[in-house]
Design a protein around this ligand. Structure first.
Ligand code: GLU
Ligand code: ZN
Length: 319
């Protein structure tokens, strides 16, 4: 399988990232495929200077070398999304030529007010389609570009979550392909890249399960075959919530760098994550390469959330 790990350089590599990366690495190596790293640095205000390099260094330190990606290149270079904007614009132009794109000048507040039934999703209310009617667009405002989402049920099967069905027109509505500041949206960029890079299986955290129907839809509209999906339940912090950047301020030991500084060996981290992924029966220190044979017998996967081992995390003194 061609697998990818696609970190956003908005902070250091945390254990949840290492867990997903190990699963993708082992699934690629066990099947004679390729492990691709793609840096998702599209959103300039959120990118933290130096974070991309630290993530790549941490992956190397863990033994998760990649076949294609930053530093090593490959047939689909560049592997940094910030350098791929032309491809995203081309995909949007292709959709626009088929009448599937329209400009939208609504503000967040206007969308919230116009939505009859606010959708409970993290991403805010469903877009009610206001600007499908050109008369309702506001001149002189910067415009985002939205996809004219067909009213149809999108079906896909996730290797862990099972069969899913979603009518994107009902759940999120016409979603953004390019923001008003000209930056391609995450949904569009990820689909364009996964298709071009011939990714045939996507392993990632299940926080992205709600994006998947949109990505299946976009892949098909762009004439491609969506990948196989493997959404891993998230890694949870000591407070039982998903590992997130705010954990770094409240606990030590939620990032790979902090564990290294605390003297935890790379092979110990890999051993714990491999056991959590069911590749081994019990945590035993191991390099990723040494787990490939075991991953052929037992593909890395997990249906339950995984908690960061208590021995690794300590609340910071100041909290
Ligand atoms: N860049 C995204 C993240 O770090 C992952 C995107 C994906 O795997 O589709 O959350
Ligand atoms: Zn609008």
């Amino acid at each position: 399988m061609r697998e990818r790990f696609a970190p956003s350089p908005t902070g250091d590599l945390h254990l949840g990232g290492a867990y997903v990366a190990l699963a993708a690495f082992l699934r690629a190596r066990a099947t004679g495929g390729a492990f691709v790293v793609r840096m998702e640095d599209l959103d300039p205000p959120r990118v933290v200077p130096g974070a991309a390099d630290r993530i790549l260094d941490d992956l190397c330190w863990l033994g998760l070398g990649w076949d294609e990606g930053p530093r090593v290149g490959g047939p689909f270079a560049p592997y940094e999304q910030s350098r791929r904007q032309g491809r995203y614009d081309a995909a949007i132009a292709e959709l626009a030529a088929r009448g599937l794109v329209y400009p939208c000048t609504c503000t967040r507040a206007e969308i919230a007010r116009a939505a009859s039934a606010p959708h409970a999703g993290e991403e805010g209310p469903r877009y009610p389609g206001t600007c499908r009617d050109p008369a309702r667009r506001r001149e002189g405002r910067p415009a985002a570009l939205r996809l004219r989402v067909p009213d149809e049920i999108i079906r896909f099967v996730d290797a862990i979550a099972g069969a899913r069905a979603e009518n994107v027109a009902e759940t999120v509505g016409d979603f953004v392909l390019r923001r008003a500041d000209g930056v391609a949206s995450y949904q569009l960029a990820v689909v364009v890249d996964d298709l071009e890079m011939r990714i045939d299986e996507v392993v990632r955290g299940d926080d992205l399960l709600p994006s998947t129907a949109r990505q299946v839809l976009l892949a098909r509209l762009l004439g491609g075959e969506p990948p196989r999906w493997v959404h891993l339940p998230l890694v949870l912090g000591p407070d039982g919530e998903r590992l997130a950047k705010r954990h770094q301020s409240r606990f030590r030991g939620s990032t790979v760098a902090e564990l290294r500084e605390a003297g935890v060996a790379a092979e110990e981290i890999v051993g714990v994550l491999a056991a959590a992924l069911g590749v081994t029966d019990a945590p035993r220190p191991a390099a990723p390469d040494a787990l490939i044979a075991a991953a052929r017998e037992r593909a890395p996967a997990r249906t339950a959330p995984f908690h960061v081992p208590e021995a690794w995390v300590r609340p910071r003194a100041s909290h």
